[in-house]
Design a protein around this ligand. Structure first.
Ligand SMILES: Cc1cc2nc3c(=O)[nH]c(=O)nc-3n(C[C@H](O)[C@H](O)[C@H](O)COP(=O)(O)OP(=O)(O)OC[C@H]3O[C@@H](n4cnc5c(N)ncnc54)[C@H](O)[C@@H]3O)c2cc1C
Length: 326
């Protein structure tokens, strides 16, 4: 399926973006991509292990509903609390948005109780002490959305979005950081220079290496090479895995195209990796070369052209020694 909108991150910003689209009866196909887990799967092993076991990504800060879902979770119902937003959009509009958001949380099951309004005598006392200390007390009613309520509220929101047709893709980066030791890697780079965006090129190589792992049985080697050629610096990522048919080779860089759907799903792939690699390489005046034989393996290669002489100093800031890319 093709998507009209892809939202990266299912924190409050991503969730409310999806919700606004859906509420306005948008007919767009929406994909919400989140590197963490669905709300119903979010939990911290620390509750059992009693100490942090360094989950990657962290279950507390990532997943549907984002960071803070496992916190004290206060929705401050005053524009005077929480950053520069009122300065950007004006106090009235900021307050309007807070009420709008609060209404949505209530619709999805937030507790109607507002902290800070039922004890005026206590508030007066605190205000007096604040004035004595030279501080200003902001009257800020608070709706509690914290840990014990978040699962319920965000669970209802997640269900609403799914029922409205929003697709969710969770944990897609997990494999990228998973155990790679099951494949012996060989890296061999000739010294040389490239002209490009280091982080983007690294992500291309990471994607190709990741795909090579997915296509290979445990124990099969993967080789990543870099060499100087007349036309530029040449990278190859070679595996000895399942290989790709000629038809698939032709289509494999299309967005959302998956060669082997069952295999890709089991690795939580969206079929976006190679399409993005192709775009990144296009920005570098390059393209993916794919050579593959079914049952024998595949080689993905690309060349990063040397900086043109005419580019002179402008290209210099992007020229990196290949040592940097390892
Ligand atoms: C411990 C703690 C307590 C807090 N308490 C409060 C509070 O009481 N009241 C309050 O109003 N605010 C609180 N906050 C702040 C509040 O959580 C944030 O303001 C809010 O979560 C920001 O929402 P967001 O959607 O912009 O980002 P986030 O909530 O950070 O959500 C971003 C999401 O994107 C995902 N993501 C990131 N990169 C990628 C990627 N490349 N691909 C896919 N997914 C990705 C992350 O996993 C995450 O789920 C707290 C924050 C923390 C950490």
């Amino acid at each position: 399926m093709k998507y009209d909108v892809i939202i990266v991150g299912a924190g409050p910003a991503g969730i409310f973006t999806a919700m606004e689209l859906v509420k306005n009866n948008s007919t767009k196909n929406i994909l919400l991509v989140e590197k963490g887990k669905a709300i119903e799967d979010r939990s911290c092993p620390k509750s059992k292990t009693k100490k942090c076991v360094s989950c990657n990504p962290c279950n507390i800060t990532t997943g549907f509903s984002g960071a803070g879902a496992f916190s004290d979770g206060k929705l401050s119902l005053s524009y005077e609390v929480g950053g520069d937003f009122p300065m950007l959009v004006g106090a009235d509009f900021a307050q309007e948005l807070i009420h709008y958001t609060d209404k949505i949380y209530l619709e999805f099951g937030a507790d109607t109780h507002i902290e800070g309004v039922s004890e005026p005598a206590k508030v007066r006392e605190i205000r007096k002490r604040a004035i004595h200390a030279g501080l200003k007390l902001v009257d800020c009613p608070i709706r509690h959305l914290g840990t014990e309520k978040a699962q319920h509220i965000y669970g209802a929101i997640e269900k609403y979005l799914v029922d409205k047709g929003v697709e969710m893709l969770f944990g897609y980066l997990r494999d990228m950081y998973g155990e790679k030791e099951e494949h012996p890697f060989t890296f061999r780079f000739e010294p040389g220079y490239i002209c490009g965006e280091l982080d983007l090129l690294k992500s291309v190589l990471l994607n190709l290496a990741d795909n090579a792992c997915k296509a290979s049985e445990p124990g099969k080697p993967i080789e990543v090479f870099g060499e100087n050629r007349p036309e530029g610096y040449y990278f190859t990522v070679k595996d000895y895995g399942v290989g790709i048919s000629p038809e698939d080779c032709r289509r494999i860089t299309e967005a959302f195209y998956m060669v082997d759907k069952s295999r890709s799903r089991s690795h939580n792939g969206a079929g976006l990796g190679l399409a993005l690699c192709a775009e990144i390489l296009k920005l570098h005046g390059s393209r993916l070369e794919i050579r593959s034989t079914l049952g024998k393996g595949s080689t993905f290669a690309f060349v990063i052209p040397y900086p043109a002489e005419a580019d002179g100093g402008a290209a210099e800031s992007h020229v990196r020694q290949t040592e940097d890319i390892r």
